[in-house]
Design a protein. Structure first.
Length: 299
């Protein structure tokens, strides 16, 4: 893809490559990322430790500096240089955090001129703060994580579990179940409830909640509570002036922000930060990747 882009742009070489990705990050690659599974791995091997090298192969292929950041750490750079901080000349006056509610949940933080990275670049993995003791199983292998409730994957898993726990009569009355039957993208046999529930999407859960479906509303309530806990952890840990929010779930459902902010206020020990949608929208991580590359060139 990069080589094709060089040909299309008529450029002889790349000067630098900035990469942002879901983590965790370790030694120039991705270590057991819960939301990224390489193709071609058989089911029996999917629980084995896996390392996906990123920096070295690209550095070898393009003979230029390469750096890899956790997507939210990259996104907060995007906010600093192209979004909320674009018109602020002195970046040392900025104290902001970026949170994504998307396939997963994660955070990046900028504190007075410095990006908070941690020893391996994984600072901000607050999606794996426990929101519910002994709660839903998270893809990371632990239970009750924020991400197990407030993410695309978490919303679907929670909705699925709740519908499975209902008796047939109650399930048939659920607007979420009806929407799943009608709007599913996969063919399903009516006799296979598990197959039918494979069609649940976050969009269907939010649509059913708009119809006051109690199952869907409970799933959204769980997501709001978990996010409120996480946002309070962001505020208590980093003390930002602003928490900028992005990711597919948040951007498509901006009405989540007000109840999340209200929940956050129940758990704070600092002055509350402002909570707003990222002005960069879906481009915030791409802008972050550009910022990572520019840092390599000291631009």
């Amino acid at each position: 893809m990069l080589r094709a882009a060089l040909i299309e742009l008529g450029q002889p070489r790349l000067e630098a490559i900035g990469i942002v990705s879901a983590g965790p990050i370790r030694k120039g690659g991705l270590w057991n990322p819960p939301n990224i599974m390489p193709t071609g791995i058989v089911e029996s091997h999917r629980e084995l430790p896996r390392f996906i090298p990123v920096i070295d192969p690209l550095r070898d292929a393009f003979a230029c500096p390469v750096d890899l950041f956790n997507d939210c750490n990259g996104a907060v750079l995007g906010e600093v240089y192209y979004g909320l901080g674009k018109d602020i000349a002195d970046k040392s006056t900025l104290h902001l955090a970026y949170a994504t509610i998307s396939t997963g949940f994660a955070v990046g933080a900028w504190d007075g001129g410095h990006l908070i990275l941690g020893k391996d670049g994984n600072a901000g993995e607050l999606g794996h703060v426990v929101a519910q003791e002994n709660g839903l199983l998270c893809r990371c292998g632990n239970r009750g994580c924020v991400e197990a409730y407030c993410s695309g994957t978490g919303i679907v898993s929670n909705a699925r579990k709740r519908l499975l726990s209902l008796g047939k009569a109650a399930r048939d009355m659920s607007a979420l179940y009806r929407l799943t039957l009608v709007g599913g993208s996969r063919p399903a046999s009516p006799s296979r409830i598990e197959t039918i529930l494979d069609n649940i999407t976050p969009a269907l859960v939010f649509e059913a909640a708009e119809e006051n479906d109690p199952v869907a509303q409970s799933v959204i309530d769980d997501a709001v509570f978990a996010a409120g806990v996480a946002f309070s952890a962001i505020a208590n840990a980093y003390d930002p002036e602003i928490i900028s929010v992005g990711g597919g779930i948040a951007l498509v459902n901006p009405g989540l922000l007000e109840p999340i902010q209200k929940e956050m206020l129940q758990h704070l020990n600092v002055d509350p930060p402002e909570v707003c949608l990222s002005p960069l929208g879906a481009e915030v991580t791409e802008r972050g990747a550009v910022a990572v590359a520019r840092r390599l060139l000291k631009l």
